[in-house]
Every structure is written in C-alpha cells, then in structure tokens.
Design a protein around this ligand. Structure first.
Ligand code: TXA
Ligand code: MG
Length: 369
C-alpha cells in the first residue's frame, strides 16, 4: 500500500486552516468514509483513524499497528450528540466532566450502544469516547460524518507518535494517508476516566489531571491498579492497553527520582553511569534530564565522550517535559542507546501522567536519591 502524506502548510505555519488545508482534510475524510485508514494530529498524540461503526476498519487498524485485538480503540467524536449515539448510559458526573473538559484531552468509558461493533471495543461491552480539541481532528471527524476509532498512530509497543515523521517511520506502507499538522501540543495521550462503574475511576493519567477531576466532581477519583505499581501475574488492569510495556525504547531504562527533595539527582545519575561503565564498558549510556540537572552534570564532569545527554526542558515546566518525552524516547532508538537514565519528576498535576509513561517505559525500574 502506498501511504499518501498530505501536509497542512497553513495550519503548521499560522495555526489556521486555509482552503488548501481544508481540501486535504476533505480528501482524508473521504478515505475514512470509504473504510480506509488515516493518521491525523490531535492535541495529545497522532491518532490512526478509521470508521468506528465499520468493523473491518477496526480490524485494519489492529493489523496496521500490529496491536493485539483485545486492546480496545478510543472512539473520537466532533459533537456531543454523537456521545448520545454511541454510549448506552451516561451518568450525570460524565456530563459535568464533558462540559468542563471537552473538547480536550479527556476520554470517558461508557457502556456501549449497539451501533459500535465489538471489533472496535476489543470485545468489551464498554466504549471509550473522546472529543478532541485539535482543529484538524475536529474538522476531519466532522467531515467524515462518522465517529472515528483511533488508537495512537504508532506500531504496537513503540512510543506514541507526536509528529507526522514518527507516523511515517512506523506506518509507512501500512495506512492510506497521513495528515501532517505539525507537532502535537501536549505530547502525552488523553486522560482515561471510566464512567461505566459505581464511581469514576482513573485508568490512565493525562493532561486532565487528577486534581482537575477532583475539582470538577468534588471527589478524588479512584485509581486503577495499573497506576499503582507493576502488575502482579494474572491481575488485569481495567484498560487492557495498560498491561503492555509500551512507550518503551529498545534499551533498558531506569528513572532517578528525588523523592526526598535532597537535590542529589545529578550525583545519583553520575553514580549509576559509573556503575554501568564498570559493569559493561561497551554500553552507550543516555541521560534524559531537565536543564537544571544537565548543567549540574556537565559541571560535575559528565563523561560526554561516547554517551548521550538530552534535556526535556526546565524542571519548572512539566508541559515541556510532557511535550518532549516520546520524541526523546524515540531518539534513544535512533542513537542506539544501550542504557537509559531519566530524571523523574513529582507526581502532582501533569507530573502523574509524565511519571506514568516513564514508569511504563522503564518497566518500573526506579532509583530514589
Ligand atoms: O490521546 C489519546 O487518547 C490518543 C489520541 C489518538 O486520541 N489515543 C490513544 O489511544 O492513546 P490508544 O489506543 O493508544 O490508547 C487507548 C487506551 C488503551 O489503553 C485501551 O486499552 C484503553 O484506552 N481503552 C479503550 N477502550 C476501553 C474500554 N472500553 N475500557 C477500558 N479501556 C479502554
Ligand atoms: Mg497507544
């Protein structure tokens, strides 16, 4: 299959869609209407879209990603009336969340309506619904005139894609079209809140934070087991996708966190480098850390020769850490890193989502300073 790349030049340059961009989005909508697959930008990560009502489109999504078919897809909508069509029961708390956060980086799980095939929901009786705020995603779904099933547009097991270049790397020859709308703002996937049980339950943290949910609903949401630690054998997370070690680069990874606030992150990283060098002198070590830590590492004689040092932004700015994380994890593969050390952050606000993705990438290998 030949994958067509359409670049939305005006949107990338100015943030607004011009006539040419709209024609390209219309072409992509036509592909979706005909049952094909289109990768498109959202405010979180790129999605790999297909018609959510058409079971063969969902099957093709699983094939293109190499994704296990028990891992359900998120259904994207472009107006609230579509939620009523695809969800069989919507509690009042979900309406409050929708009003406060949609369009935006929130996915909610509901009992599914009959129009959603089980191929889309990985065999479950529930459906995940998201109303994205990215102008390209909104325009595409509106023009497709159907809800759009879209997992993240990466090969299964790899970090989610935040640029069209990453989508091409993973999906070239496997999908009909890629819409290039530049790099995704948030850089981490949406928050998933399960609204199908007795109480709201957080299944995956994202840019709609636990603190924001607590403020909107008046109670802190319960949290799925998958957020608390490595899953014991046989324990199933509520979101099937959370059981996979994904977001992961090829090399083993460890997180250094300064839980005590003793400011020893750089020292601990240097100690780990030294230990690794002694143990396996051939290994190319990569460090992903904040600008503050990078400065300290260089002052203290970080052994630049042969190793990699990358920064994800300032410690004060979790948005930029979130925005850069997946791109940096992909670079680790490109640069052939053999061992990766990342600086963790506090788990407040967006930090919970950042640390959740880091822990999964590191298979929960954490060193506390
Ligand atoms: O930001 C996002 O959510 C991106 C963009 C494209 O919208 N999409 C995304 O999709 O991250 P995906 O498929 O990579 O992750 C969806 C997660 C998986 O962990 C899946 O198991 C879970 O949502 N999920 C989907 N439907 C579910 C359901 N009915 N019950 C529980 N978990 C569900
Ligand atoms: Mg994914």
């Amino acid at each position: 299959m030949n994958t067509k790349l359409l670049t939305l030049h005006s949107y990338i340059k100015t943030g607004t869609l011009d006539t040419e961009d709209l024609e390209k989005i219309e072409e992509a909508a036509k592909v979706l209407r005909k049952g094909g697959l289109v990768a498109f930008p959202t405010e979180t990560v790129y999605g790999l879209g297909g018609n959510a009502l058409y079971k063969d489109a969902s099957k093709h999504i699983y094939e293109a990603k190499g994704r296990p078919s028990d891992n359900p897809l998120i259904v994207h909508i472009s107006d609230l009336s579509q939620m009523e069509q695809i969800a069989a029961r919507i509690p009042e708390s979900a309406r409050l969340m929708a009003e406060a956060c949609w369009p935006g980086p929130l996915t909610m799980i509901f009992p599914k309506a009959d129009c959603i095939p089980r191929e889309t929901t990985g065999g479950l009786d529930t459906v995940a619904v998201r109303f994205p705020s990215h102008p390209v995603a909104m325009e595409l779904i509106r023009r497709a005139k159907v809800p759009v099933a879209a997992p993240s547009a990466n090969l299964s097991g790899r970090p989610s894609t935040t640029t069209a270049r990453h989508c091409l790397e993973d999906l070239s020859g496997r999908v009909d079209m890629i819409l290039d709308g530049g790099s995704c703002d948030i850089g981490l996937e949406s928050t998933i809140l399960d609204m199908s049980g007795d109480q709201p339950r957080l299944l995956r943290p994202g840019a709609v934070t636990r603190e924001m949910i607590a403020e909107i609903l008046g109670t802190v949401p319960a949290e799925d087991v998958a957020l608390k630690g490595p899953l014991a054998p046989g324990v199933k997370p509520k979101a099937p996708g959370m059981k996979y070690r994904h977001y992961a680069p090829k090399a083993p990874m460890v997180i250094v966190t300064d839980r005590e606030g003793n400011g020893k992150t750089a020292d601990t990283i240097l100690r780990l480098i030294h230990e690794k060098e002694t143990e396996q002198p051939e290994t190319r070590i990569a460090v992903i850390c904040t600008e503050e830590c990078q400065q300290e590492l260089l002052q203290k004689g970080f052994p630049v020769e042969g190793h990699i040092l990358k920064t994800c932004g300032s410690r004060k700015n979790k948005d930029s850490i979130a925005h850069n994380l997946f791109e940096l994890l992909r670079e680790m593969d490109e640069e052939d890193a053999g061992f990766i050390i990342t600086e963790g952050c506090s788990e407040e606000d967006l930090g919970q989502a950042v640390m959740n993705r880091m822990k999964k990438a590191a298979a929960w290998q954490i060193v506390t300073t």
